[in-house]
Design a protein around this ligand. Structure first.
Ligand code: HEM
Length: 419
């Protein structure tokens, strides 16, 4: 235990030291949680297309290179957990804790990846999304009605999180009454998703993973006994048919719940902040919310990627951007940096609803791991933003905006507004 704590502290001290010495890769990895990293992504861009940090980790903010890495089978998925010891069960015992990303298809390479992804994919087809439209519209208008008459309200807690959380709960067949619990999990997960680096973070990670696994294990047992038409029941059936492991089942439930609302809420929060930063665009949007809502969603995704970066690993020795890379080398694809690449987007640091190509962003990644929930997130974002500004055209920010305490997840955690 003490050896493990020492190892973690030494790793962190090395990172802090190289960041203080100005290494651009370490400066990104050492970003304080909740602070925007855009200036540091520009330092990476200035240092080259592919930049190597002192520990051998590579980083890129180039749109072309991020796209190449994400689409090429030379690079594989990699577990988010920095140390396997993080996944030891609380209080000792055999086995290890299930992790929503490391144990679901999000971190698995082909051919296993495609086989597992196919089990849940039918719930996210364009046809399935069209069937959700009416439900989402109903949820949005109920939630907007709740805001009426309140003087100052936290738009994130009272609206942006509630809409996608109610929708994903419905899809998974989960009790929306446990919403507060899910919101807490979302915040806690955002803080540890880039790996636990101190003994305190390891403890918090273990506690969170234990709590989530116990919740979903019970839920899956209940669905096995009393199946329905929901997505959890579908995955339970696949597990019973031997197509999915029990760990995979629990992890995929967790990934869909957390992935289903945390990042989507950030489209809404980031769009509102983005519009108030750009009064001309704000007025443009107010003049035509129905016509511009889909564009606002894309431009917000581009400007403020809710998942700022991803990681891949070199599967076999290869060459990239003129560098020879050894197998096992990790590469951080700075999606939020690629989205501001001046080679692809003019005046990239501004929100611009007249931009010709906002959808060229990489916020949902690319290639085989392209976000399975992208159409759902787009649908929810479009309906929510159109309805919000139509119902409350005088919406104003009414206090300090606080951001999620995360390096990866980017979006307000608290956004006080007056309707
Ligand atoms: C704004 C909203 C969202 C953003 C920005 C986002 C972002 C991403 C990104 C960047 C990836 C790729 C990760 C990688 O390549 O390593 C991903 C994958 C994934 N997302 Fe999303 N996501 C969003 C919404 C959703 C929703 C609504 C769901 C589920 C209901 C979801 C579930 C997943 C899953 C399961 C994967 C793994 C896909 C695979 O590996 O094949 N996401 N997401």
């Amino acid at each position: 235990m003490i050896r493990e704590a020492l190892r973690l502290y030494k790793g962190k001290a090395r990172l802090v030291r190289s960041a203080a010495q100005g290494d651009p890769v370490s400066r990104v990895l050492n970003l304080p949680r909740g602070r925007a990293g855009y200036d540091r992504y520009e330092d990476i861009r200035a240092a080259g297309d592919l930049v190597r940090g002192p520990s051998g980790l590579y980083m890129t903010a180039s749109h072309a290179l991020c796209g190449k890495v994400l689409r090429s089978s030379d690079f594989g998925a990699v577990p988010t957990t920095v140390s396997k010891r993080t996944l030891r069960p609380v209080g000792g015992g055999a086995g290890r804790l299930v992790h929503p990303l490391d144990d679901s298809f999000a971190s698995i390479d082909p051919p296993e990846h495609g086989r597992l992804r196919k089990i849940v994919a039918p719930a996210f087809t364009p046809q399935a999304m069209r069937a959700q439209e009416e439900f989402v519209t109903g949820v949005v208008s109920e939630e907007l009605e709740r805001l009426a008459g309140q003087s100052t309200v936290d738009l994130i807690g009272e609206f942006a999180v509630r809409v996608p959380s109610r929708v994903i709960c419905e899809m998974l067949g989960m009790p929306v009454a446990d919403h507060e619990l899910f919101v807490r999990w979302g915040i806690e997960f955002g803080a540890i998703v880039d790996g636990a680096r101190t003994p305190g973070e390891v403890r918090r990670t273990r506690k969170l993973l234990t709590e989530m696994a116990s919740y979903f294990s019970d839920l899956c047992d209940r669905r096995a006994a009393d199946p329905g038409e929901d997505l959890v029941s579908r995955m339970v059936r696949a597990t019973e048919a031997g197509e999915m492991s029990r760990e995979g089942l629990v992890a995929t439930c967790e990934a869909l719940l957390i992935g289903g609302f945390v990042t989507t809420a950030n489209i809404i929060g980031n769009a509102v902040v983005g519009l108030f930063d750009e009064p001309v665009q704000h007025q443009r949007f107010l003049a035509d919310p129905a016509g511009l809502a889909a564009t606002l969603v894309e431009e917000t995704l581009r400007l403020d990627a809710p998942a700022q970066y991803g990681v891949r690993i070199v599967r076999a020795p290869t060459t990239l951007a003129g560098r020879d890379l050894a197998a096992g080398s990790p590469i951080v694809t700075l999606l939020a940096g690629a989205n501001r690449d001046p080679e692809v987007f003019t005046d990239p640091h501004r929100l611009d609803l007249t931009r010709p190509n906002p959808h060229d962003h990489l916020s949902f990644a690319a290639g085989i791991h392209y976000c399975i929930g992208a159409s759902l997130a787009r649908l929810e974002g479009r309906i929510a933003l159109q309805a919000l500004f139509t119902r409350y055209p005088d919406l104003r920010i009414a206090g300090r905006v606080r951001y999620c305490p995360s390096r990866v997840i980017r979006g307000p955690a608290h956004l006080p507004v007056r309707t």
